[in-house]
Design a protein around this ligand. Structure first.
Ligand SMILES: *[C@@H]1O[C@H](CO)[C@@H](O)[C@H](O)[C@H]1NC(C)=O
Ligand SMILES: *[C@@H]1O[C@H](CO)[C@@H](O)[C@H](O)[C@H]1NC(C)=O
Ligand SMILES: *[C@@H]1O[C@H](CO)[C@@H](O)[C@H](O)[C@H]1NC(C)=O
Ligand SMILES: *[C@@H]1O[C@H](CO)[C@@H](O)[C@H](O)[C@H]1NC(C)=O
Ligand SMILES: *[C@@H]1O[C@H](CO)[C@@H](O)[C@H](O)[C@H]1NC(C)=O
Ligand SMILES: *[C@@H]1O[C@H](CO)[C@@H](O)[C@H](O)[C@H]1NC(C)=O
Ligand SMILES: *[C@@H]1O[C@H](CO)[C@@H](O)[C@H](O)[C@H]1NC(C)=O
Length: 747
């Protein structure tokens, strides 16, 4: 590829950087959503859903229609101070500043449908850090033209446009269908769109948006440097265009701004939307502006990729769980920023450190662990001088100054071990000092060694820089939100697992930290843009595929096992369940050629919405007068033609039908293979599917009988196997899905 000259300076770091998805990153200091307690007379923002204007005569007509709902203005008040956003594309309505009384009288006007108080959502980042098999020269990446011609939109904190990741060398001009505009320090053929829906329209004060954008579609940056190595950095779809919709400021993202971003991105013509934001779990889809706005985008053919949330490992903590979304969980990559803790007894513990020291230190120092100071609550006392202090990790924001004091008091170093909940998930934090982070299991080894009185316990640090090929990987990260979904227990969520721990990607230059131009952060926020990048590559190869077909391709080709065939593990190194991983870990090269896809269209989702929420729900979410619940078949969640299969645990056999579309060789024959535990009996009919032309559809049924016991769920899988393809769907038999009528009752 002449357009990417010499970009592969270091295969090692290229792989390292590539494994970085981004932005449901959880910021510990702002982890809780802000609760608005409004006084009756106080103004607050409401997102107001109205019927579309009678004449669909463009944006001005929409705006006038929206203005007609506003209360009469007080002297000196401008319309702009009341009407904050006017939506036309994915939502019919607006955001306005209103008092409760004004809202009540507005609700009486013809055409008013519903209002939601505007809420603040959080960025999905945990401070964080690829091994997806994309290598220069391998057929797939160049076959997908590195995502050229595809437009990736992001709703995020903005973008540091001057970053070398957004240089446009080798990138063609945007396609003619692009209608967006760009207002940024540097717009070019890479960064083709930048709009702000928050007051601060500067670049990216936070860094999150720069990180996620570069993960999804950052260009090749030779000689990228971070404290832990030098090499070529690149996003998953380095040839794709980027459009940033800034909807967050100060770590908060108003739903009204998110909706404005969704509206603009859909109008502008993005192909993929990457949303590393989330909100509380369990919100009904007709009360969730993000789900409603995303439905509008999906119905225009945009693939919407969202973070699963960082509320794990609590079961049923998933967010962004609507079936039209692609919901991404976060796992580890096979990379370590290695720092060994060598003990006086000859043992060695594998730790990690973002601040690596160049010169080896062979000297052993006494190791100190005090149960009373378990969390590093030391003063300036002399007791720490010349020692290596062992503490349990808490919140980095709190611990940073504590560690600073310990080092200032003359300690030789600090070892922070993970708590039991995070287990093997070491969320790296740059302490800019002699700090090594270790797992909970190694923490137990260290504390007992430190406490052993027989010998004086000693330790030293050895820095090994970036190591690849770390086992086991991938491992589900503790913070990644888990299924099942409260609202849609009959559809497996999350959908897919992608890299989200300790991800290295672009960062704005900052005065308050050593970071930039690259930084390592974590979260389902970081996992999301990896999948958005994969979607961009698939869109480049298969421009006409529906969002559901692209999702199906990614899910049915994913890996349930690691590269040596072992099960994917969780943060405690026990076998991960489907509620941790979704269909499995993304396999980019296989996703491009799935053989068969499970497709779904707007009418299917509409039928599901009729079943779940009735005609009011349909009017709120779908807003298409040619679709009415009286004419649509009501589709239960379990019967959606989803690429994963969930059935309720019932005493009688339960049957679901699925339809697959041939996107592989014209003539092909697939045979059903079922893997299931003994307590499940799964029958597939027919057992063979024979296709004779491309695009041909075949329907089959899956009947599951289960032994009801104490288990909350069982998992197995159905694989359709042909000479060249394996199309795998997990089968989940869930007690929760049997309670789906219960969910209907609470909604
Ligand atoms: C990357 O791959 C392309 C296409 O296979 C090739 O033309 C180019 O020389 C490669 N670049 C490097 C640095 O290996
Ligand atoms: C993806 O699938 C290919 C082909 O089956 C396999 O060789 C590879 O190990 C898988 N995993 C990754 C990360 O590429
Ligand atoms: C780390 O570095 C030390 C000292 O240089 C060396 O003895 C050790 O084998 C290295 N460990 C790994 C895992 O490479
Ligand atoms: C694969 O997983 C098994 C456990 O399921 C683990 O023992 C092994 O180290 C893993 N291999 C890799 C390459 O991660
Ligand atoms: C990191 O530490 C070094 C010396 O220990 C100091 O010079 C530098 O300013 C520190 N950087 C930050 C961002 O604190
Ligand atoms: C409304 O639904 C019909 C039937 O599915 C479809 O053909 C049409 O494109 C939809 N209209 C919009 C605006 O999405
Ligand atoms: C599955 O398909 C069969 C044959 O078309 C039909 O009789 C049955 O009602 C379908 N079952 C469901 C649950 O849709």
């Amino acid at each position: 590829m002449a357009s990417f000259p010499n970009f592969l300076l270091s295969l090692v770091l290229l792989a390292t950087l590539l494994s970085t998805p981004a932005l449901c990153y959880i910021n510990p200091s702002t982890a809780r959503p802000q609760q608005n307690v409004a006084e009756p007379s106080a103004y607050r923002s409401y997102i107001v859903l109205v019927e579309p204007p009678r004449s669909d005569a463009g944006e001005d007509a929409h705006r006038r229609w929206h203005e007609s709902f506003l209360p009469s203005l007080h002297a000196g008040e401008s319309i702009e101070s009341r009407l904050l956003h006017s939506y036309t594309e994915v939502f019919s309505g607006f955001t306005a500043r209103l008092t409760k009384a004004e809202l009540h009288s507005m609700a009486k006007k013809p055409g008013f449908m519903r209002a939601f108080p505007d809420r603040k959502l959080q960025l999905m980042t945990t401070h964080t850090p690829a091994f997806l098999g994309l290598r220069n020269g391998t057929g797939f990446w160049s076959e997908a033209r590195y995502g050229k011609g595809v437009i990736v939109g992001l709703l995020d904190t903005g973008i540091h446009a001057a970053h070398p990741s957004f240089d446009d060398h080798g990138i063609p001009p945007p396609p003619p269908r692009w209608k967006g505009s760009c207002k940024a320090a540097r717009c070019n053929n890479k960064l083709i769109g930048a709009k702000s829906f928050v007051e601060d329209d500067s670049g990216d004060e936070d860094g999150h948006g720069t990180h996620t954008s570069s993960t999804a579609a950052g260009n090749f940056v030779p000689g990228a440097y971070h404290g832990v190595g030098t090499g070529t950095a690149a996003g998953i779809a380095p040839g794709a265009h980027v459009a940033m919709y800034k909807v967050c400021a100060d770590n908060q993202c108003d739903e009204s701004a998110i909706l404005a971003g969704l509206d603009a991105a859909t109008k502008d013509g993005v192909d993929v939307l990457s949303i590393s934001l989330g909100e509380n779990t369990g919100t009904r889809f007709d009360r969730d502006p993000m789900a409603i706005g995303a439905f509008g985008a999906v119905s225009k053919g945009v693939v919407v990729v969202c973070a699963a949330g960082n509320s794990g490992p609590t079961p049923a903590s998933i967010t962004n769980d609507a079936p039209w979304l692609l919901t991404v969980a976060a796992g580890t990559v096979d990379r370590s920023f290695a720092a060994e803790v060598r003990l006086g007894n000859g043992k060695s513990i594998h730790g990690e450190a973002l601040t690596q020291e160049a010169k080896p230190r062979s000297k052993l120092y006494p190791l100190l662990f005090s149960e009373a100071r378990r969390y590093c609550e030391y003063g300036d006392e002399n007791s720490v001088a010349g020692k290596i202090i062992v503490c349990e990790a808490t919140v980095p924001e709190f611990q940073m100054p504590q560690v600073g004091r310990i080092i200032a008091a003359g300690a030789a170093g600090v070892v922070l071990f993970n708590d039991d909940i995070s287990g093997y998930t070491t969320l790296l934090q740059d302490y800019n000092s002699t700090v090594v982070q270790v797992t909970a299991a190694d923490g137990a080894i260290l504390t007992s060694y430190a406490a052993s009185s027989e010998t004086r316990s000693l330790a030293a640090f050895n820095y090994n820089n970036t190591l690849l090929g770390i086992h086991p990987a991938p491992v589900v990260s503790w913070f990644s939100s888990r299924g099942p979904s409260f609202i849609i227990p009959g559809v497996l969520k999350p959908d897919i697992l992608a890299p989200g721990l300790n991800i290295l990607a672009a960062w704005p230059p900052k005065t308050d930290s050593a970071s930039g131009p690259f930084n390592i952060i974590s979260g389902t926020s970081m996992a999301t843009p990896h999948i958005s990048g994969v979607v961009a590559l698939l869109k480049s190869i298969h421009p006409s595929w529906s969002p559901a077909a692209i999702k199906s391709a990614i899910l049915t080709t994913s890996d349930m096992v690691n590269s040596t065939g072992g099960s994917i593990l969780d943060q405690h190194h026990t076998i991960a369940s489907v509620y941790d991983t979704g269909a499995g870990h993304v396999n980019v090269t296989r996703a491009a050629d799935p053989g068969l896809v499970y497709d779904l269209g707007i009418t299917d989702y509409a039928g599901y919405i009729c079943w779940l929420l009735g005609k009011d729900g349909l009017a709120t979410i779908v807003r298409n007068s040619s679709l009415t619940c009286t004419k649509l078949p009501k589709i239960e969640d379990v019967h959606l033609n989803y690429p994963t299969i969930t059935v309720p645990m019932t005493s009688t056999p339960f049957t679901v039908n699925r339809t697959v579309t041939n996107v592989g060789p014209a003539k092909s024959t697939y045979t059903a293979k079922v893997d299931a535990p003994k307590s499940l009996v799964v029958r597939v009919f027919p057992k063979t599917l024979t296709f004779s032309k491309p695009g041909e559809k075949k329907t089959f049924s899956v009947t599951v009988s289960s032994h009801i016991g104490k288990e909350l769920f069982f998992e197995g899988s159905l694989r359709w196997v042909s000479e060249r393809h394996v199309v795998r769907s997990p089968i989940v038999v869930a007690a929760a899905a049997a309670g789906r009528s219960l969910v209907k009752n609470i909604t």
